[in-house]
Write a protein that binds this ligand. Structure first.
Ligand code: ZN
Length: 80
């Protein structure tokens, strides 16, 4: 499941949400759709660890874990 982290441009709230297909997320706090997508740790890992095989992501992930992810949902990482 793709989990993305967003920051609301209206109320500055940051949150994580599942994004399915063309679903447009909105701020859980103020319902705004004026959001900035943040680069979460897991999203970055799954993107960069493709063709190269080994990346430096492993070391950073080992030290900081997946704090960028939703705490209860790190299934999209593919790490570990
Ligand atoms: Zn908001």
């Amino acid at each position: 499941m793709p989990i993305y982290e967003y920051k609301c441009n209206d109320c500055d709230k940051d949150f994580e949400t599942l994004v399915m297909g063309s679903t447009k997320p909105e701020c859980p706090s103020c319902d705004s759709k004026d959001l900035s997508r943040l680069m979460s740790a897991c999203g970055f890992i799954s993107k960069s660890s493709g063709p190269g095989g080994q990346t430096q992501v492993t070391s950073s992930a080992g030290s900081s874990g997946c704090s960028g992810c939703a705490s209860s949902n790190c299934g999209s990482c593919g790490v570990g």
